[in-house]
Design a protein around this ligand. Sequence first.
Ligand code: AHM
Ligand code: MG
Length: 328
Amino acid sequence: MEHSWTQDNLESLQSHILAEEQKCLGATGEFTWIISAISLATKAIGNKVRCARIQDVIGEAGEVNVQGEMQQKLDIIANEIIMHCLGNRDNVGVLGSEENETPVLLRRRDEGGRYAVLFDPLDGSSNLDISVGVGTIFSVLRLSDEGSREEAMLQQGANQVAAGYVLYGSSTVLVLTTGNGVDMFVLDQSIGSFVLVSRGLKIPSGNKTYSTNEAYTDKYSQGIQSYLKWAHQNDYSSRYIGSMVADVHRVLLKGGVFLYPPTTDKPDGKLRLMYEGNPMAMIIEQAGGKAVASKDRILDIVPEGLHQRTSVILGSEDQVDAVIKHTT
Ligand code: AHM
Ligand code: MG
């Protein structure tokens, strides 16, 4: 439920997580340490993002990452910040990043490494030089006792114990789910804390808006083309930033549908399952929406690799169903 905050109802991310942890995850407090590391890291990244052009942080770094994409300087800085903050947490066993080819193995399970954290340190970073909103996306999994840590990390999104993103937009917003609804926090710069601004977010239905890179229409399947044609004939509106965190955040708050389907040149889609598709799918489902790769639930996909790609259709249930009607 929406509420404006006053000093009387001020609740920090930290205290909120402690309270949630006691309700659903057992009261060990270890999960709070992970979220507090993410909170610290994203404050530091947000600070760097806001210094673009003042400090030497934007532009290409001259390196190509495992995805074959040119890394921005801030991609590398953001990755190092998260690796450093999370790497210090005793209960983190594995870190998987879009910017690292292989997972970073920190601690064995018998040394306390009970969680894997997978993340895209700075999604949409090609938009940095024009000051468009960019974000950090993260997914937290509990490592099972079976197999190696890499194998233990490759779990369906349905097993995530938490997922979230931070949007470095006109304000810095953290959206988080621990499997008990979706809560939204805004960074209050004056006190240096993320404060709760909305609890139990629900995606509105009935918003006739789609968000996709429409320039790829000729490369989309017949089904997606048919959906777009139908949407044009039915008074739909289009909004696309090209920065997943910003596009999905709009869909979460306003409703509608976000689509990154397969194209003829990217037959598996572009977005990555483990640290883009899964966390966003968990948030959207927890907010009452739907998230599929063509027609199957994203959270049910059994992953084969850290950098596996997936197609993504997510948003309000009614709007996702309207797409599925044309594609199946
Ligand atoms: P990145 O992880 O390399 O930044 O790429 C992911 C981004 C998403 O934020 C966005 O949804 C998508 O790429 C946009 O791709 P396109 O330019 O093909 O529309
Ligand atoms: Mg990304």
